[in-house]
Write a protein that binds this ligand. Structure first.
Ligand SMILES: Nc1nc2c(ncn2[C@@H]2O[C@H](COP(=O)(O)OP(=O)(O)OP(=O)(O)O)[C@@H](O)[C@H]2O)c(=O)[nH]1
Ligand SMILES: [Mg+2]
Length: 293
């Protein structure tokens, strides 16, 4: 890799996405060449897809060695472990920002610019959100809408968070957030993974904003969502609350006070339509407190 890897990284997990991978990577490259002129990396994390997704990704990486990287894993163990492996590569390479995006074009790659912009404007985490003004879903039937909205509502109520879209997987983290929230102890695999990362970020006092996105149903390839993944979320969300996890935050450097390691309260991030997910301060109910607050 010739160019610096101290740039924003986008992690795209793939399993049997041969019909989508070339297009999604190409679109992301177009967007990021403008949004991140200093450079970027798109990391495809493929779990030995039998349909040849990994080989297609390798071809893209050979054509664009400064922009596309591929991580091959041995077998599909779910979205969470694939993301964790990808985060490890990105953080070890010195990523400044780490973004999550699905390969199936349900997430519009153009929104990468909005998410990155929201973090550059001062947020620590920007969530692509279907459930704030300006956001939405198209093409979904009633059952799918109810499951998704119900899932976010359930997680929000159980965890006492103000985030509207907790199960979405289109996100941008300031890299230091991922370095702080102890990824080595994250065990969740499916939707619960998305809930857990956001919950940990809020618990640690980070500023989380929601950026409106319109989510489109995949038009190619098949969904990997199943009832086991949904059940995991139902069980894991109350388990998260019971765990009362706290980040072991680094001690703030002398003179910086509590503002050093622990970020300030949520504020409006300008220019992206972002809204603070936790306008109070920590965004939590009184029974769950952030460290240092
Ligand atoms: N590497 C890897 N990627 C996975 C695995 N499971 C899912 N993915 C990828 O994760 C992303 C989201 O999975 P989807 O199947 O689209 O799940 P979903 O978006 O919740 O469900 P749909 O909206 O029905 O598509 C896609 O890019 C998948 O290819 C896995 O076990 N390993
Ligand atoms: Mg999908």
């Amino acid at each position: 890799m010739a160019a610096s890897s101290h740039v924003p990284w986008v992690v795209i997990p793939t399993f049997n996405e041969a019909e989508n991978v070339t297009r999604v990577v190409g679109l992301a490259q177009e967007v990021l060449r403008e949004a991140a002129p200093e450079g970027f990396r798109i990391l495809v994390v493929d779990d030995r897809s039998p349909d040849g997704t990994g080989e297609l990704a390798d071809r893209l990486a050979a054509e664009h060695p400064d922009e596309v990287v591929v991580l091959h894993r041995e077998r599909p163990t779910g979205l969470g472990p694939a993301y964790l492996a990808g985060f490890d590569v990105a953080l070890s390479a010195g990523a400044t920002h780490v973004m999550e995006m699905d390969a199936d074009l349900s997430h519009d790659p153009r929104d990468l610019a909005k998410l990155l912009g929201a973090v550059r404007d001062g947020a620590d985490v920007a969530l692509g959100s279907r459930y704030v003004p300006g956001g939405g879903v198209s093409d979904w039937g009633l059952v799918r809408r109810i499951i998704s909205r119900g899932g976010s509502w359930y997680a929000r109520r159980t965890l006492g968070l103000k985030v509207r879209d907790l199960t979405g997987g289109f996100k941008c983290f300031r890299a230091d957030v991922l370095r702080t929230i102890e990824l080595s102890t994250v065990r969740s695999v499916g939707y619960a993974f998305q809930v857990e990362l956001t919950w940990r970020a809020v618990r640690s006092g980070y500023r989380v904003v929601e950026v409106p996105i319109v989510f489109r149903d995949r038009t190619a390839g098949t969904s990997k969502m199943n009832w086991r993944i949904a059940r995991e979320a139902v069980v894991l969300v109350p388990a998260l609350r019971r765990s009362r996890w706290r980040a072991t935050l680094p001690t703030p450097p002398a003179g910086e006070g509590a503002g050093g390691a622990i970020p300030r309260a949520a504020e409006r991030a300008g220019g992206t339509g972002a809204v603070p997910a936790d306008p109070s301060t920590s965004g939590e109910s009184s029974s769950v407190r952030s460290p240092g607050r």
